[in-house]
Design a protein. Structure first.
Length: 374
């Protein structure tokens, strides 16, 4: 198989619709690339297939033949150039393969953040005012040992280091940690210890930390509840567990939440699923965290604060080094949402897009929920 560093181009692909009526039917495909070896058709993998015409987007999750032991991650790339009548509708499909060849979710996260590490801090969602907002909603003191779980480049750890005794900053990505270490060293922040760990199996004792913070991480876990359970375990009784997340809009129905997750996965292949603010509070309460019911942000009961972050489409996709076919797909979806913001023609994306002086933009709500361990 001929490979490029980030994109795989097969000559032939087999597409199967998720509907019983079309299961097993083949659609001829055409794409540029190297030779395909028949022996590689050995395993199955879940693939996202988008069928789009001028107004509609229909999404199936379908079984697909995969190619084991080729690459830890192969990004979406258009494969099919064909038209096919499905369910009485003449659609022009663009298929995007999402193939994880034997890789773990942690491996996918590491690959994505290897690409993002050097420029990760330079985005709207990591702006100083956003980090100030996070710090202002934490109850910190000089005698505290804080765990910043899924720290990335240590943005939160570096922001709060001067307000606590020590910060242990952990992440699965060595590339992100290397950037964080370098920046902490340059700022003489000697009370930050960076460690590479698996957030689902933290190598710490029960109750080791006075507080645990995690920011923009739950959407990367296959089981976010299990990750949260680990954070609660290593927090001492009476300590705080603070979760900062991008959340899906509260009024977004399940079908549209799946579309939002699909678009985010096109942008960032390591993404799994956004939680809503309500989901987040319920998860924390299920782990016996006492969550304040004050709601100044009026997002949902239990959310301590909310902050909307707007980004241009260019920044939104550049921050994750999104491949160009996916950028075009995302642009198509957002423009449809801008043209039909009230749900006409089924164009809602959940990304609250708008068009103005900055061009096409997306807006996502970041929320903070803080729970006390019983």
């Amino acid at each position: 198989v001929t490979m490029e560093p980030d994109v795989f181009h097969p000559v032939i692909g087999m597409w199967r619709s998720a509907s019983n009526a079309n299961m097993g039917r083949k659609i001829s495909t055409r794409a540029a690339g190297g030779p395909m070896l028949a022996r590689l058709f050995a395993q199955r993998v879940e693939v996202e297939v988008l069928l789009a015409n001028q107004f509609k987007m229909t999404l199936w999750r379908v079984p697909m033949l995969s190619f084991p032991k080729v690459s830890p991650w192969l990004e979406y790339e258009p494969l099919i150039e064909a038209s096919k009548t499905l369910s009485g509708r003449n659609l022009h499909p663009s298929a995007y393969w999402m193939c994880a060849y034997g890789a773990t979710q942690a491996g996918l996260v590491q690959r994505q953040f290897r690409k993002q590490a050097k420029s990760y801090d330079d985005t709207a969602q990591n702006a100083p005012e956003v980090l100030d907002w996070v710090a202002q909603n934490l109850s910190l003191s000089k005698d505290m040992h804080v765990l910043d779980n899924c720290t990335g480049t240590g943005l939160v750890a570096r922001r709060i280091a001067g307000e606590v005794s020590k910060v242990t900053a952990t992440d699965v990505s060595s590339h992100m940690l290397d950037v964080g270490r370098a920046k902490a060293a340059a700022a003489n922040q000697e009370n930050i210890e960076f460690q590479q760990t698996d957030a689902a199996q933290l190598p710490y004792q029960d109750g080791q930390f006075d507080a645990v913070v995690s920011r923009l991480s739950l959407n990367y876990f296959e089981d976010p509840s299990a990750a949260l359970r680990e954070m609660v375990r290593v927090c001492k009784p009476g300590g705080q567990v603070a979760i900062v997340e991008r959340v899906s809009p509260a009024d977004l129905e399940e079908r549209l939440r799946e579309r939002l997750d699909f678009l985010e996965n096109c942008r960032d292949p390591a993404h799994r699923r956004f939680v809503s603010a309500k989901d987040l509070i319920q998860m924390m309460q299920a782990e016996r965290l006492s969550v304040s019911q004050t709601n100044p942000a009026q997002v949902c009961a239990g959310v301590q604060a909310a902050h909307n972050v707007e980004q241009s489409l260019e920044e939104y996709v550049e921050s994750t080094k999104t491949v160009q076919p996916n950028v075009q797909l995302i642009r198509y979806a957002l423009e449809g949402n801008v043209n039909f913001p009230n749900g006409d023609h089924d164009q809602i994306t959940g990304l609250l897009p708008s068009k103005g002086d900055k061009g096409l933009t997306v807006t996502q709500a970041h929320v903070i929920a803080v729970g006390l361990k019983q």
